[in-house]
Design a protein around this ligand. Structure first.
Ligand code: ASP
Ligand code: MG
Length: 411
């Protein structure tokens, strides 16, 4: 018998009308004879509202109590959904995370799931009931309520699917799937029927808005087929799956991810000697600042320069640290640039094809877009460019790699 875990996000359960619509969707699946487990988020805006309430009392509210507070949002929606289901003749039972024994560690606000006891859920499913579980929450060994971090209901759904060995985990949200790139930048962006877990993780800058990234990692690790669909429109959505399953389509590139969240720092005139890169980057990471793209050059006079990117929020602090390092090393200068954008082409197809980088660089060159930094992985090529060219670059690459077309791409 098919077992499906469905997850409905905050906008999908954002009003009584919408909860009714969700109940209809769940009922429709249930009537096919499938066993259905549903994980829900709080009504949209509710988690933020609860957090604001606490902030009115304390700048740094106690984390244990914050979890008790914010977990209530999901307790409301599980009950409402079950009431809606019962009212249309579907037997349903709601459970909070601790009731259904979603055991987590005790890291309040960012807890990780250790174990789920599927026993109770199976008993209900065998009795023909729909089981509705509160997303985003669990309990630690001592029974303290914990939460999994913002967007954590996705991870609840995937963890339930893994524990119950579900046939599929369906994430219902306000977009109808994963796109080749952000449709607001490239209106010709196309919904992907399938994408691999690895690609989805690489598309994070776009994908994280759709799914909590941890849920994708979790699904990949436990082999849970994951589907993203719209609550508001019919359609098959996007299946996030294994590489073997997408071979058929085998596009060179699956998508283009980008962000404007980073800034660039350069230190010039440093000695070309062992230990210098460590001094430069080490000081930055010692301050807990994450460094992304790194490039080093050696000039003809044997002096070196290093350029790297950090999150824009960390630029000021990074520049201060780098200036200190520059003074220690007797470097020539430190410069910074915030007007950059990072753009990546992503695809498992490039694993087996040479020349993808050249094709990317050629496309950018044809539009006169200068590439400042380059980094690659097996399934991704990332460049840093001037921010004002971002939209043009996205559209240029989207067309250069034929992403608007459906079907197999010839190479
Ligand atoms: N309600 C939680 C949040 O807003 C969890 C979720 O919606 O996934 O982050
Ligand atoms: Mg979400």
């Amino acid at each position: 018998m098919t077992l499906i875990v469905q997850k409905y996000g905050g906008t999908s359960v954002g009003s009584i009308e919408r909860i009714k619509a969700v109940a209809e969707k769940v009922a429709k699946l249930h009537r096919t004879g499938a066993k259905v487990v549903v994980a829900v988020s709080a009504m949209s805006g509710e988690t933020n509202r609860l957090i604001e309430l606490a902030k009115g009392l304390s700048e740094q509210p106690n984390l244990r109590e914050m979890d008790v507070l914010v977990a209530t949002g999901e307790q409301v929606t599980i009950a409402l959904l079950c009431i809606a289901l019962e009212s249309i003749g579907i037997q349903a039972r709601s459970y909070t995370g601790s009731q259904v024994r979603i055991l987590t560690d005790n890291a309040h606000g960012k807890a990780r799931i250790r174990e789920i006891d599927g026993h109770r859920i199976h008993t209900d499913l065998d009795a023909g009931r729909v089981v509705v579980v509160a997303g985003f929450q669990g309990a630690d060994e001592q029974g303290n309520i914990t939460t999994l971090g913002r967007g954590g209901s996705d991870t609840t759904a995937v963890a339930l699917a893994a524990a119950l060995k579900a046939d599929e985990c369906q994430i219902y949200t306000d977009v109808d799937g994963v796109y080749t790139t952000d449709p607001r930048v490239e209106p010709k962006a196309r919904r992907l029927d399938k994408i691999t877990f690895e690609e989805m993780l690489e598309m994070a800058s776009q994908g994280s808005k759709i799914l909590q990234i941890r849920s994708v990692e979790f699904a990949g690790k436990y082999n849970v087929p994951l589907r993203v669909l719209s609550s508001f429109e019919e359609g098959a959505g996007t299946l996030i799956t294994f590489e073997e399953d997408v071979q058929m389509e085998n596009p060179l590139i699956s998508g283009i991810a980008f962000n404007r969240d980073e800034a660039k720092l350069t230190i010039r005139g440093i000695p070309d000697q062992p230990g210098v890169a460590y001094k430069v980057i080490g000081a930055i990471s010692a301050a807990n600042i994450e460094v992304d793209v790194i490039v080093q050059n050696v000039a003809r006079d044997n002096s070196a320069s290093m350029t790297f990117t950090v999150h824009r929020n960390d630029l000021k602090r990074s520049a201060e640290i780098l200036k200190q390092t520059a003074a220690d090393l007797g470097a020539l200068e430190v410069t910074t640039d915030e007007r950059i954008a990072k753009i990546s082409i992503v695809g498992v197809g490039m694993r087996s094809h040479a020349g993808v980088a050249a094709q990317m660089f050629e496309a950018l060159a044809s539009e006169g877009i200068n590439i400042q930094l380059i980094t690659t992985s097996e399934i991704k090529i990332t460049v840093v460019i001037e921010e004002r060219y971002l939209e043009l670059a996205v559209r240029t690459l989207h067309s250069a790699f034929d992403l608007e077309q459906t079907g197999v791409q010839e190479v």
